[in-house]
Design a protein around this ligand. Structure first.
Ligand code: NOJ
Length: 719
């Protein structure tokens, strides 16, 4: 359909038909649905009538080729103008083949693999009938109390942008209309949802425009630069106004400055939530404010459906505003080829072959390998097959390793750690649960100790239940539950080597784990192939290369703790610093327990001093940096070489360091390679006091290293 055809279609639509396009409802509302669709948020009582349903624009949470074909068929039979439904779902890190959670994907520092994971997720969801995924989630995060840190790639604006692009490419491919294997992406949650005060989900966000522009917005922009088709507004306020009704954010920035003309959808119920936020008097007022701000689709409440017609009749809303939103939705349907083929990829026969196919599981395994982070290793790992192993803990044989956003994933399909070890060793390990996630009793502890006594080495599988993170999964205590700490302490008294493997969705406070473990693996929620991936890593058939993309705090009292913070006027550790009157805690270090970028390997790498092609950079001449990195250990390993910059004197205060680039290199034992980076003037730009974005002549420090703390450095000048 040409643009003109779309206009013609629009002209044939009545106002009620147009308004219904702007409403999204969950599966149970639709005829042809055989089962109750998955509900991922509160269901408000809605004044949606039977007459509205045939005109509704989109469906939330349906899946399955048969199911979706049946809903679409019924819908087209009843829709006067034959406008197909759009099916949207949360395919966040895999559809049925579940990949590691996004925070883990970030730790792979491998955007190509992240792209592949999104491609696989798209392929599986498209064949199951889905058209749009509510992903990527790119919110920058600094507070591990917030359960949704699991859904994002971490604390760095640049890295989040790199992964945002990779995921959009993977989901959408290059030819959305022709390809039935891709889905449209919806970047979320616009904007700054990750900055909820106190880490409490849905809470207030309060930040300066400078922080917003510099830290929080770049990843959304990166997704849109990759032609991401949709944007979801966030629940929170941005400078005092909920995002969903925020003119400055939506019409001003998103549609204005960024020129986004795709579809904007509210988050679940966020239009109606303008009322409790206190910026709308009632549903009618909420409808007016959200639509005027540019929110095209209202998800799961009926403010639009119940009040937009009235608002047009009263002259409060211009019908053209509604037309614009409808046109954007029709345009997306057109871009997905739905007018030609409303069933698109939905194919029950192919569904059987494609979903959870061997290559998909293989990709999930590879990402699980690359996203696990080795946090500690007192030469306990890798294990030898000759060692007698006892596998203990609530995650020893637990399929709850998919994470909270694994909607279609099944725990029964997940390779548990026990199964992974059996696949590797061809025999059952000694096994005991020891404790539940949050409860321990004398009998189970006794069993664990008995089993442990028979072993040479203990693998202790600990973690959080998947519902302890994710949406509405905020915590104030981010240590492992006491029951598991008690189990670990009792095991430690046996004086055997302990390898702790952590399955969880957030950076944890690891006190109680670190002192009792000889090795610690942060496995996150590693997805369907988790057990196989971990078995390969434990026995050295694969090496660790994952590095943290979110700092692990020393304690909850330090939060937020993140690497790209500002300096203070009284920095701790400065050469002339006083003992007391510096910016510090009396009872804790300032820095994290494990910093951004940190992760060990079975081998070691040595960095030489970086060398610059010249120490002067100009706006029209780049500068090359070379650093030699050598594998100084006995294992082949992949190193992520990270490059950070510091602006020594800015017009406004600048972060102590900012990640600007990274390269992965695989080195054989003893092998050395030169790693090259190009520095440009563009990388030195920032928001000035008048919010202009430019660089200033002056001196810069460039730091290169294996993580954000251990770096080698040199200096250059921008002239
Ligand atoms: C609410 C969540 O915040 C959002 O991420 C999700 O896409 C929607 N629910 C739809 O399930």
């Amino acid at each position: 359909m040409s643009k003109r055809d779309l206009y013609e279609l629009l002209n044939q639509m009545t106002l009620p038909e147009k308004v219904a396009q702007l409403t999204q409802l969950a599966t149970p509302f639709f005829k042809g649905s055989s089962k109750q669709g998955e509900i991922t948020g509160p269901m408000a009582a809605m004044q949606i009538t039977d007459e509205d349903i045939p005109n509704i624009g989109s469906v939330l949470g349906a899946s399955g080729a048969e199911e979706i074909r049946s809903i679409q068929k019924q819908h087209l039979a009843e829709s006067r103008l034959g406008i197909p439904l759009l099916f949207m779902s949360d395919v966040v890190h895999g559809f049925k083949t579940i990949f590691p959670i996004p925070l883990a994907i970030g730790c792979s520092w491998n955007p190509a693999l992240a792209e592949e994971s999104a491609r696989v997720a798209a392929k599986e969801s498209a064949v199951s009938g889905i058209h749009v995924t509510f992903a990527p989630m790119v919110d920058l995060v600094r507070d591990p109390r917030w359960g949704r840190v699991m859904e994002t790639t971490g604390e760095d604006p640049y890295l989040n942008g790199v992964f945002a692009k990779a995921q959009v490419r993977g989901f959408q491919g290059d030819h959305l209309k022709e390809s039935k294997e891709h889905v449209a992406a919806c970047v979320k949650h616009f904007a700054a949802y990750g900055a909820a005060e106190g880490g409490r989900d849905y809470n207030t966000v309060n930040m300066s425009d400078r922080q917003l522009q510099e830290m929080y917005l770049p990843a959304y922009k990166a997704a849109l630069d990759e032609d991401c088709k949709m944007v979801m507004s966030s629940f929170n306020i941005v400078d005092g106004i909920p995002a969903t009704a925020n003119q400055t954010l939506m019409n001003g920035l998103l549609r204005g400055d960024w020129d986004f003309d795709g579809v904007m959808i509210s988050d679940w119920g966020a239009v109606k939530e303008l009322i409790p936020h206190g910026v709308a008097a009632d549903k009618k007022d909420a409808a007016r404010k959200a639509l005027s701000a540019g929110t095209d689709i209202e998800m799961m409440t009926d403010c639009y459906a119940s009040h937009l017609e009235e608002l047009v009749a009263e002259g409060v809303i211009d019908e053209q505003t509604i037309d614009q939103s409808v046109l954007r939705i029709l345009q997306l349907k057109e871009e997905l080829g739905l007018f030609e083929n409303p069933y698109r990829g939905a194919d029950p026969v192919q569904e059987e072959q494609i979903i959870m196919s061997a290559p998909h599981r293989e990709a999930a395994k590879q990402l699980a390998i690359e996203s696990s982070v080795l946090l500690k290793n007192d030469q306990t790992l890798p294990l030898q097959k000759s060692q007698k192993v006892a596998l203990i803990g609530p995650f020893a044989d637990n399929g709850d390793i998919l994470g909270q956003w694994s909607w279609q994933g099944s725990k029964e399909d997940a390779i548990t750690l026990r199964q992974g070890l059996v696949n590797k060793l061809q025999e059952e390990p000694l096994l005991a649960v020891g404790s539940d996630i949050s409860e321990i009793n004398a009998t189970s502890l006794e069993q664990a100790l008995t089993v442990a006594q028979q072993a040479d080495v203990l693998i202790v599988a600990l973690g959080e239940h998947s519902t302890m993170s994710g949406e509405a999964g905020s915590l104030t205590n981010i240590q492992l539950p006491q029951a598991q700490l008690d189990l670990l302490q009792s095991l430690a008294e046996l004086d055997k080597p302990i390898v702790s493997i952590l399955f969880n969705g957030r950076p944890l406070d690891l006190h109680g784990v670190i002192e009792h473990s000889h090795a610690i693996i942060e496995a996150w929620f590693p997805g369907t192939e988790g057990g196989n991936a971990l078995a390969d890593l434990l026995y050295g058939d694969e090496n660790f290369s994952g590095k943290l993309t979110m700092s692990f705090p020393n304690s909850v009292g330090q939060i937020p703790v993140y690497y790209n913070h500002y300096n203070t006027g009284r920095p701790k550790g400065a050469p002339d610093a006083q003992v007391r009157y510096v910016s510090q805690y009396l009872d804790s270090p300032n820095g994290p327990l494990f910093p951004f970028g940190f992760g060990l390997s079975y081998t070691t790498f040595a960095y030489q001093e970086p060398v610059l092609s010249t120490d002067q950079l100009t706006s029209d001449r780049t500068l090359n940096l070379t650093v030699k990195v050598k594998n100084t250990g006995n294992w082949t390993g992949t190193e992520t070489v990270q490059l950070y910059l510091r602006d020594l004197v800015g017009e406004v205060v600048r972060p102590v360091k900012e990640l600007k680039d990274f390269k992965q290199v695989k080195l054989l034992p003893g092998e050395e390679q030169e790693i090259h980076f190009t520095l440009t003037e563009e990388q030195l730009r920032y928001y000035h006091s008048d919010m202009s974005y430019s660089s200033d002549p002056g001196d810069f420090e460039v730091l290169v290293g294996p993580n954000s703390q251990e770096t080698v450095n040199t200096f250059f000048t921008l002239i």
